[in-house]
Design a protein around this ligand. Sequence first.
Ligand SMILES: NC(=O)c1ccc[n+]([C@@H]2O[C@H](COP(=O)([O-])OP(=O)(O)OC[C@H]3O[C@@H](n4cnc5c(N)ncnc54)[C@H](OP(=O)(O)O)[C@@H]3O)[C@@H](O)[C@H]2O)c1
Length: 343
Amino acid sequence: MGYRVAVVGATGNVGREMLNILEEVKFPVEKIHAIASRKSIGQLVSFGDQNIACEDVEQFDFSKVDVVLMSVSGSFSKEWSPKIGAAGPIVIDNSSAWRMDPDVPLIVPEVNPDDVEWANRKNIIANPNCSTAQLVVALKPLHDRAKIKRVVVATYQSVSGAGKEGMDELWDQTKGVFVLGAPEPKKFPKQIAFNVIPFIGAFRDDGYTDEEAKMWDETHKMIDPAIKLTVTCVRVPVMVGHSEAVNIEFESPLDEDEAREILREAPGLIVIDKREPTGYITPKEAQGEFPVFVSRIRNDPTVENGLSMWVVADNLRKGAALNAVQIAELLHQRGLIRQKAIA
Ligand SMILES: NC(=O)c1ccc[n+]([C@@H]2O[C@H](COP(=O)([O-])OP(=O)(O)OC[C@H]3O[C@@H](n4cnc5c(N)ncnc54)[C@H](OP(=O)(O)O)[C@@H]3O)[C@@H](O)[C@H]2O)c1
């Protein structure tokens, strides 16, 4: 007996991956619904070897499903998640709308799985920002061993993190540069093809961006509010896969060899760290993969108990869709999905 599952935002970058991954991990699905906006009614999306037709969110009766995987905007989720949660199913939301709500657990299953136990407060569970998800998978096992004092991160975020319009803009500009000149930027504030943009989201009064603030807020909620974290978020002309240069200062000694061993044993991580010209991971190799990859692990002699490393993951998978499906699996393992009789 499986669950009745709805994917809301099924035509988007993350929604399509959710459908792929539900099938790949053989999540027990009894009935699947693909939901999007009115303009996508009838549009076919794949679920394994089936093509399923999209339904309109406005017309859909959410009381007939058990789990909703949602991947639309924050404003959409603010309006819809409470209504859907009240209708019965548990909502696993990918937007930023609920991440810092004290009554909504923010979950990465490798990091804070027990927080699913209080998901019934609003029937909503939040997924972290894509850059935070991969970072906390790498930080948590190290923090458990040597307590992290401070982290300095620079991100190298792919255009798929900005949705399908972001991918289209990189594609069109890249082709255009060699023909008629790159089309004017629309999704990104400056040309992204053959360029990097040190600005993602919106500026705050302190000069950081909201994308940057999400990374420390969410790390505090999931791991430890005492960790000091500073970050520069940068958009790069890569289609899929976010990379992060991470520098960590620990309270007690932890050298590169021990850190490598801890990360090798930790859930959801693969260490690729050979000191030869190809002995590290790049986003191209992480694309389509489930784990978070860690490379270039090395002591930082410029601070006491310092370590640097390179962390890469598929932002559409561990950064979004995979994490959401893993939360659904966790709920299933703990018997927390409300199974109702099918009418
Ligand atoms: N991409 C990432 O790496 C990533 C990572 C973590 C979190 N997220 C978050 O996940 C969410 C979706 O991101 P995405 O990259 O998948 O975006 P996307 O590719 O632009 O897809 C957006 C989806 O939302 C649907 N939608 C938009 N307005 C709607 C409405 N009024 N009613 C119903 N459906 C509506 C779209 O359906 P139509 O085709 O019908 O318009 C589409 O399926 C965002 O909140 C994003 O911040 C993304």
